[in-house]
Design a protein around this ligand. Structure first.
Ligand code: ASP
Length: 331
């Protein structure tokens, strides 16, 4: 039997951060992909090819870096890779994983995104274990789509989010739960992933322009949204309260908006609604104004989807259709 060939792209993050000259200066990205793999020893049950494509904190992740990683991954697949592992910081890892869920064109080649909560200079640094578990999942022929492997759990990119700022158990797929876990060097899948809608082609994508994410809250006059729209935003995601509600002031601004406005729930779990409440600023009133509901997609993932759609010139009706397809599950 041929051994799996896994391509590993390192982009930076805590997993690669070590102290510099003065300890009080803190850790910064220094380790390469080869350094990270070197920690695992030579006795891996798969072949591995690795490249360091960036060395950044994931707060600075951008579409140029992600597009480079996507192209590099596709080249590796053309050259025989059967799985891809992307190593980066945990802070925006859920967005990177969702980017690959949307844009990775190879249905039968999984992409596994991972990182670490404890940097290599700390006791019980989790980077090597997370990387090894990710290689294991990427090499498993049952693995599909974009996955996050962290602390031995296997999460679907669609659901995963960073839900703790410092614990090793930093990622959650609530309310859906993880797809499986890794134990004794093998993958135990509990659920098959949902079928993946077709990948969004990114050739000629233009990521220029702003697509802000604003959160609704009390004492919200709508002034901030109005400033953002006047500033030339290409589209906006509103992290609305509850099932997709905003203040009357914000509703007035949305009613007059000339660019796509996506309404997601800020609650962290549960879908936006379509037709239960009727007040000005309710979900049904916002739909009548032309807003797109994100369904089960959280505000951050909604922003990634909206950015990709706008970057590829999608029309309003296509944006609506894509959010229904990817965010509404079976409704
Ligand atoms: N704390 C972060 C991490 O876990 C830093 C980053 O996201 O780059 O890697």
């Amino acid at each position: 039997m041929t051994r799996p060939l896994i391509a590993v792209a390192a982009l930076g993050g805590t997993i690669s951060m070590t102290p510099g000259g003065r300890i009080e200066d803190g850790v910064v990205p220094r380790l390469t992909a080869a350094d990270l793999l070197g920690e695992l020893g030579a006795d891996l049950p798969m072949d591995v090819r690795a490249a360091t494509l960036a060395g950044i904190s994931s707060a600075s992740m951008d579409y140029a870096t992600l597009a480079r990683c996507l192209v590099w991954g596709a080249e590796q697949v053309a050259d025989g890779a059967t799985g891809l592992v992307v190593v980066q910081g945990t802070d925006t890892l859920e967005e990177t994983a969702y980017f690959f869920e949307l844009a990775w064109p190879h249905d039968d080649v999984p992409v596994v995104v991972t990182g670490a909560m404890r940097n290599p200079s700390l006791p019980s640094a989790d980077g090597p274990a997370n990387l090894l578990a990710s290689l294991t999942v990427a090499a498993d022929p049952r693995s599909r789509g974009s996955l996050v492997v962290f602390n031995d759990d296997v999460h679907a990119a669609r659901w995963v989010r960073k839900s703790h700022s410092s614990h090793l158990e930093a990622f959650s797929s609530a309310p859906a739960g993880p797809l499986g876990l890794v134990a004794e060097g093998s993958v135990h899948y509990f659920h098959p992933p949902l079928p993946r809608p077709p990948a969004l082609p990114l050739a000629d994508a233009d990521f220029s322009g702003l697509v802000p994410l604003l959160e609704a809250g009390i004492a919200d006059s709508g002034e901030l949204l109005s400033l953002v729209l006047a500033g030339g935003a290409r589209g906006v995601v509103v992290a609305a309260s509850g099932v997709g509600h905003v203040s009357t002031g914000t509703a007035d601004v949305i009613a007059a908006a000339k660019v796509p406005v996506v309404i997601a729930s800020r609650t962290g779990a549960g879908p936006t609604f379509r037709g239960t409440y009727g007040f000005h600023g309710s979900e049904s009133s916002l739909i009548r104004m032309g807003a797109t509901m994100a369904g089960w997609l959280c505000p951050r993932k909604s922003r990634v989807l909206l950015q990709l759609l706008l970057a590829t010139g999608a029309s309003r009706s296509r944006i609506e259709a894509e959010f229904r397809l990817r965010g509404d599950l079976d409704r």
